[in-house]
Design a binder for this molecule. Structure first.
Ligand code: ADP
Length: 352
């Protein structure tokens, strides 16, 4: 097990800066998740730690060791990718044992470790099968097993569940969490899946355009996003953003007036006439009979069982608001709704 530290790491590909000024330190045994839109630099960070990428500047430490010039195979890390990359001609047993045999570990020890790993991943009954005789989920468990068997000091996982179907994905995610609790091996995990990030992470690192936007535990990042990018990226359905003009006692949202309760007014540090972006999470918007409230038109109704997701637009605006209502509620496209926004839960961002 090990700490991982990146200190002002940059990676440029000709003119393209893939990652810039990346600095963080992962304590021993923690599970960190890198999230951000496609192309924001997640894989480049992972590959820089793995040694598959040479950094342009900055320092990468695994434990106390500066590894910038250490080849990948000497870094004692195990990677798991979305494509399982198993050896097709080898059995499950041989696939799991492969890394150990390369290291010339004692035969009995290998047998024992393969069995222990297979047991922890419920693969015992599949040890003599070839990869093509396994389901996708089983293959991914074998890939995990191969990584675990090596007992590396660090796991690096790049979207390891993204090729699995929904149910398997949920199950494997829970297994991963349990495994981490048992083994306590420091892990860096890349995903664009909100649920994986929220449920697995000790800390989330939110990236955008190669730069760190925020590092924090999932709940903190959700409740106190550092900026609009983080606010709209973390959370599903995403936070709503409404362009507004601050008028002192109210906000003007596309011509509609939203009164600001006096206790909220005192907390706002805004100048009358200022353009702002208001951020409000779907769970803080409620349908109200109050006709003086914000009026929207229902555009899309998506029943999800326990709740229904509504997408609604402000009159003469293309902005769509995400609203969550109880599952039993019957709403139809074209219907007008009055909305109450819980302004005690409002975020204010610079207008861009
Ligand atoms: P992510 O994993 O978040 O999708 P990447 O780390 O793969 O992002 O990529 C970050 C940026 O670096 C992107 O703009 C990508 O096009 C660029 N990039 C990554 N690898 C290379 C490469 N080998 N050559 C040129 N550009 C690259």
């Amino acid at each position: 097990m090990a700490t991982v530290q990146l200190d002002q790491v940059n990676r440029k590909f000709n003119q393209v800066t893939a990652i810039e000024d990346i600095t963080f330190k992962i304590p021993d045994g923690e599970f960190w998740v890198l999230v951000g839109p496609s192309g924001c630099g997640k894989s480049t960070i992972l590959r820089s730690v793995a040694g598959l990428e040479t950094v342009t500047s900055g320092q990468v430490f695994i434990g106390d060791r500066l590894v910038n010039d250490v080849p990948a195979r000497q870094r004692d890390v195990a990677m798991v990718f979305q494509n399982y990359a198993l050896y097709p001609h080898m059995s499950v047993r041989e696939n799991i044992a492969f890394g150990l045999e390369m290291r010339k570990v004692d035969r009995n020890m290998i047998q024992e470790r393969v069995l222990t790993v297979a047991r922890s991943l419920s693969l015992e009954h599949l040890l003599d099968r070839k990869p093509k005789q396994l389901s996708g989920g089983q293959q991914q468990r074998v890939a995990l097993g191969r990584a675990i068997a090596r007992q590396p000091q660090l796991f690096l996982m790049d979207e390891p569940l993204s090729n699995l179907d929904a149910q398997l994905r949920d199950d494997t995610r829970a297994e991963l969490k349990q495994l981490h609790q048992q083994l306590g091996i420091t892990t860096i995990y890349v995903t664009h899946d909100q649920i994986e990030a929220m449920t697995l992470a000790d800390k989330i690192v939110v990236l955008n355009r190669g730069r760190i936007q925020q590092i924090g535990d999932p709940q903190t990042v959700y409740a106190s996003p550092a900026n609009e990018m983080v606010a709209t990226f973390v959370g599903n359905p995403p936070m709503n953003i409404l362009a507004a003009i601050y008028k002192g006692e109210n906000f003007d949202i596309n011509g509609q007036i939203l009164a600001i309760p006096s206790d909220v007014q005192t907390k706002l540090n805004l100048n009358p006439g200022q353009n702002v972006n208001l951020g409000i999470r779907p769970e803080h918007i409620h349908i109200t009979p109050d006709l003086s409230s914000l009026v929207v038109e229902v555009k899309v109704v998506e029943p999800l069982g326990r709740e229904t997701l509504i997408r609604a637009s402000l009159p003469s605006s293309s902005t769509l608001l995400n609203i969550q209502v109880p599952g039993g509620m019957r709403l139809h496209p074209g219907e007008k709704l009055n909305l109450q926004l819980d302004l005690s839960q409002l975020f204010i961002f610079d207008h861009n």
